[in-house]
Design a protein around this ligand. Sequence first.
Ligand code: HAM
Length: 420
Amino acid sequence: MTEFQAPKGVPDYLPPESARFVAVRDGLLEAARRAGYGDVELPIFEDTALFARGVGESTDVVSKEMYTFADRGDRSVTLRPEGTAGVIRAVIEHGLDRGPLPVKLCYSGPFFRYERPQAGRYRQLQQVGVEAIGVDDPALDAEVIAIADAGFRSLGLDGFRLEITSLGDDTCRPQYRELLQDFLFKLDLDEETRRRAQINPLRVLDDKRPAVREMTADAPVMLDHLSDVAKQHFDGVLAHLDALSVPYVINPRMVRGLDYYTKTTFEFVHDGLGAQSGIGGGGRYDGLMQQLGGKDLSGIGFGLGVDRTLLALAAEGKTVTGPARVQVFGVPLGADAKVRLAVLAAQLRAAGVRVDMAYGDRSLKAAMKGADRSGAAIALVAGDRDIEAGTIGVKDMATGEQVDVAVDEVLTEVLSRLRP
Ligand code: HAM
C-alpha cells in the first residue's frame, strides 16, 4: 500500500475515465443551460445552522452525515451535504428574488456526506443541480423534471425510470401526518421506530426491514389525502409531463432524505446499480426560503448524481466520449526539430487543436509508441535533416500513411485533415 491514499469513500477520476466524468457533468449541465438556467459557483462550506435549519435536524443527512468542524475563529462550519440550502441562502442574501421570477440557477460540484461507503455511495459525491425559485406553477415543475430526463437521455442512458409523487402542502400535510401517526402508533413498533414515528412519521415508511414493511403496507399515503389545491397542482404536473412525452410512474410511498419537500417530489431510479439506485432526485419546496429568513416564495429543483450516472452508463454497456485528449502528436528527432515542432504545437493549440509531443529525446520507436498511446489521429515526425530540407512528415495514425509536407504548409494541412 502506498503511504497516502485518498480519503475513504472518495473517488479519484483519472484519464481516460475523467474525460467521461466531464462529458457526463457537462452534458447534464447543458440540458439546464438550454432552458435558461444561469450558473452559480457557491461556497463548499457554509454556516452549520444553514443546513440544520434548511435540510432538517431529523434527517440522516444532518444528524449523522455532516462534515462539521470549528474553524480557527471557532465558528461552526459544514462541508455542504447538498446544494439547495446554499442556493436559497445566496438568493436571499443577494436579493435575486427582487428581479424577474422565476430565478433559474444551475450548479455542479462536490458534496459531502459521511455515509458508509459502498458501490455508488461516496463520501464526496458530485452533483449537477438546478433550482427555479419564486413561481409556483406546475408547468415549471414539469420543465425541471423534463430537463433531467433530457439530460440523462442526451448521454444515451435509457434504463431508468422517473418515480413521482406529491407530498402535499401546509393545508393537507398536518392532517395527513396525524392520520399516519394514528396508524403507526397502533402497530407493534420497537422503541426507536416509535420515536421516529413521533418526530418524522414519513420516514417510517422508508424502513427497509421486511417486518416493518409488512406492517406498514396498508399505511395511508399522502397522495390519497391531498388538498384540492395540491391535487390540482399534481394533476397539472402530470398533464405537462404527458404532453412532453416524459414517462413516469407514480410512487405514493416515496420518501426523500431531505425534509424541505412539499407538493411535487421525484426520483430517477436506475435498476442496473444495485442498492444505490437513485441517479437523481428533487422536488418542490414551499417553505424553505421563508424558513431561511427570506420571502415566502416556493421553488423547485433537482440534484443529479454524476458518479452514479457514470456507473449507470457502464451498467448499460454505454460510454460517453468527450473530445479526444490529443488530436496531434509531435515526434521530434533532434534539437532543431524539437524547437520547430514546439512552435507548430503552439500554433495548432492556438487554432483550437489538442496537441502533445514527445519529450526527453526519446528514440523514434519510443516516441512513436507515445504517439500511438496518445490516441492522436495525426503524428508530425521530423528530424533535424527534414527541418533543414524544409519538410515535416505528416503521418495518418489510422492508415500508417506518411507524406512529407513543406514546413510552412503543415498548419493548413493538419487543420484541413482534422476539419474536412
Ligand atoms: P439527493 O436525493 O439527496 O437530493 O441527492 C441527489 C442525487 O445525488 C442522488 O439521487 C444521487 O444520485 C446523488 N447522491 C446522493 N448521495 C450520494 C452518495 N453518497 N454517493 C453518490 N451519489 C450520491 C439533493 O441533494 C437535493 N439537494 C436535490 C434537490 C435540488 N432538490 C431540490 N433541489
